[in-house]
Write a protein that binds this ligand. Structure first.
Ligand SMILES: [Zn+2]
Ligand SMILES: [Zn+2]
Ligand SMILES: [Zn+2]
Length: 490
């Protein structure tokens, strides 16, 4: 591992946040600050049969480990690559008769790795699991009860032939993965499929308005060479904007779209710290997230805002129920009624309104009512843009979905612009090699071509679009016209 080049980061004392990580050189938006392979990682229990236990890609027909019948792989290449890590786990699962839950599997994998490769497995690793915070002392009674249960399960699973471990040490490891475990997503980046521990990433402190973002990179999966599939998944820490030399690096552990006190509450509950970041301590953007429309009469406005808030909360509940039963027509009806009231009284950045617009555009798209879905998506994205950091990954994904909705609705100009905008954001947050960025690049080319056609002959464009949406072939005269347009474009 001596070939590994040194990452431009160093550990430093970040005051009451404990240790932190800072950069040793100036960075610009989209720079990869460092990449890191997991120290240990496992597939979620619920995904164990659908996701490769080596590369975390979703697989339709995975290859099963014949011995434990628990681990699944893309193919023999992935299985072989994973064997060194799976060997002891495989034997333990066979002895136990079944696989224990994911947290127990993860702690065991981390222990096996430690015993084999040492607490510091690679040169670039800046800390070890021993030195990471476990917050066991801060845990509430029910968390402690669960922890004790986990330790018990671990001791039943851990091979009797191996060095036994103290209860305190096992508790420490469970605490570490609870507060530091990083969710691994599938190759599209759309669904969480597992959890891993990345020691250097653990050193990056939280900020609700961070200067970096983390993305999981599955390597080059379009590569035909299957040996590239067997590489360990790595996270990339990417800069969201210019960062000066010596500046602390930060990521956000929670979505920004909550008012400061709600974000603080969530962080306290899951990560056991009081967020004192600038956005929390000054309540920055809180006013926008709760803003009402200015009607002149303050008292009446407050009264009406209270009313519409109650209606919104009730509507969210009803929408959820209707969605679960598949009653999408009712979802649309509920959304329309509530949105009408919200639009009159709430500002376009109010969280209640944005949440409902998000639900409405999703369901309307599903029902193929693309025109109305696009209207909702456009209002939602306009609100998001006033709240999120301009290079926020959630914002980029929302603009991408809104762009596709507009495209489907025949708003080709708007659709193309949004897809270009989303592409710009994802180049920073996901990088040029991520599959979603590739998708966007393809959509950008396609919409650009369609936009050209639209400008040349709108009627032909509409015929082509409708045929595509209905999955029908083009009529002969339209086909001829498309050919002519294509010739003219050359
Ligand atoms: Zn096995
Ligand atoms: Zn695989
Ligand atoms: Zn904060």
């Amino acid at each position: 591992m001596t070939l590994e080049k040194k990452d431009p980061v160093e550990v430093f004392n970040a005051g009451n946040k404990g240790r932190g990580l800072r950069t040793t050189k100036a960075l610009v938006a989209g720079d990869v600050v460092f990449t890191e392979a997991s120290y240990a990682a496992v597939v979620f229990d619920s995904m164990s049969m659908d996701v490769c236990h080596n590369c975390f890609r979703r697989q339709a027909n995975p290859h099963r480990c014949a011995q434990c019948k628990f681990a699944h792989y893309c193919d023999r290449t992935c299985q072989r690559a994973a064997w060194d890590e799976h060997k002891r786990e495989c034997a333990a699962i066979r002895t136990a008769g079944r696989a224990p839950k994911e947290s127990v599997r993860l702690v065991a994998r981390a222990m096996w790795r430690m015993q084999k490769h040492g607490a510091k497995a690679v040169d670039s690793q800046l800390t070890t699991l021993d030195f990471l915070q476990d917050h066991v002392a801060d845990m509430a009674a029910d968390d402690l009860k669960e922890l004790e249960d986990d330790v018990q399960r671990f001791q039943e699973y851990w091979p009797k032939s191996r060095r036994s471990l103290s209860k305190e040490y096992i508790s420490h490891l469970f605490g570490v993965i609870k507060v530091n475990g990083f969710a691994l997503s599938d190759q599209r980046g759309l669904q969480a499929v597992g959890v891993g521990i990345f020691p250097n990433l653990c050193l990056v402190n939280h900020d609700c308005w961070p200067n970096c973002t983390v993305i999981l990179n599955h390597g080059n999966q379009s590569a035909l060479d299957p040996t590239l599939h067997s590489q360990r998944s790595r996270i990339e820490l990417r800069a969201l904007g210019p960062i000066e030399e010596g500046e602390e690096l930060s990521v956000s552990y929670v979505d920004f779209l909550n008012v400061a006190k709600d974000r603080q509450k969530a962080l306290k509950k899951q990560y056991y710290f009081e967020c004192m970041c600038e956005h929390c301590s000054k309540g920055l953007k809180d006013d926008l997230m709760m803003a009402t429309k200015d009607t002149g009469d303050k008292k009446a406005a407050a009264e009406q805002a209270k009313e519409v808030t109650e209606l919104s909360l009730k509507t969210f509940e009803k929408v959820e129920v209707a969605r679960l039963t598949g009653d999408f027509e009712t979802v649309v009806k509920l959304c329309r009624e509530c949105l009408q009231k919200q639009e009159a009284l709430l500002a376009d950045t109010h969280l209640h309104q944005l949440r409902l617009l998000c639900k409405a555009s999703e369901v309307l798209s599903y029902l193929r009512n693309f025109k109305e879905a696009a209207e909702c998506a456009n209002r939602m994205v306009a609100g998001y843009a006033k709240l999120y950091h301009p290079n926020n990954a959630q914002l980029g994904m929302a603009i991408m979905r809104a762009g596709v909705t507009n495209w489907h609705a025949g708003n080709i100009e708007q659709g193309h612009n949004m897809i270009c905008q989303a592409y710009g954001i994802l180049l920073v947050t996901h990088g040029p090699h991520h599959p979603i960025t590739h998708d966007l690049e393809m959509m950008r080319t396609q919409t650009e071509m369609e936009l050209r056609m639209f400008r040349q002959n709108e009627k032909v464009y509409q015929c082509v679009r409708e045929a595509a949406l209905l999955g029908q072939p083009l009529s002969e005269p339209v086909k001829e016209q498309v050919k002519e347009l294509a010739m003219a474009a050359k």
